[in-house]
Design a protein around this ligand. Sequence first.
Ligand code: ADE
Ligand code: ZN
Length: 350
Amino acid sequence: MNPMDEFIAGIPKAELHLHIEGTLEPELMFEIAERNRISLPFKSVEAVREAYQFENLQSFLDIYYAGAKVLCYERDFFDLTWAYLKGVAQQNVRHVEIFFDPQTHTDRGIPFETVICGIHKALERGQKELGVSSKLILCFLRHLSDTSAMETLEAALPYRNWIVAVGLDSSEQNHPPHKFDAVFHRARAEGFLTVAHAGEEGPPDYIWQALDLLKVARIDHGVRCIEDSELTKRLVKNEIPLTVCPLSNVELRVFHSLAEHNLKQLLKLGLKVTINSDDPAYFGGYMTENIQETQKALNLSKTDIYTLMKNAFEGSFLNTTEKQKYLNELTQWMAHYSSQPTEKIASGCC
Ligand code: ADE
Ligand code: ZN
């Protein structure tokens, strides 16, 4: 491995934009389908991977929701989450904030409790056995009604201690944040923090709405903010983290290639950019791959990588003490690298 790839592989990481249903690797999809006696529209693991050619967000979501249909029992949600945690622990991901989409499952008759208990038990085990800390974020599917979102919020209330925030995902175009104003108002009143996907395919106005109406603490994606200079100023001034997902953006054709991605521009503008994997089983990479490939395509420096990781720990929903613990680990990693004779990280030369 080259020195930069090694530096990236070992750096302490936080992932803030990860859909647990998007970590369903084809091998596990087949295993779970078999034990639940569900027939898949694919002959093999290879055929599933071949089908992963997306035109846009919607063409991905169609396949993603179809894949999630194999998940029926608590054990399935546990296995899914545990497989993700074991994998990212190997990449030195120290903290994760995970989205789950209850409506994808409750609409098929799977109880809310089944979904959340499976995920929660794996997260607890992840903390105990892998030392990976985590938070859970409930996402409403924006292509469904606000009434359905409100019912989902109510179903979540008995589990409020396990859920830190609510979010908004699924088809962005024509489903503006204001559609969920009342639900987010209620969620905040119940003590949840808020985030929302905005400015992935949708216009900058959706980011304004997420900030002003939904009062979000972070914007998921947000890459289209660059089209509105007043908006970028606001995001910089309020230090709103953007959870950017480079490989996802290329797979879903938000950018034609990683070389054309605006992540470096966003960083230069002083935005609190973070790197995340979104739906790694579908987009060809987890955290390390996202960082390594973006670094190569945009020629990011070690200082840039450090800033991206620091932004993630600082922008997480951890408390101040927990954040400091991870920021110290990050500082130690940088000190370790800068003490190597061929590496100069703090001099501004790279
Ligand atoms: N659900 C899973 N991945 C998503 C994405 N990238 N955008 C919106 N909704 C999603
Ligand atoms: Zn997402």
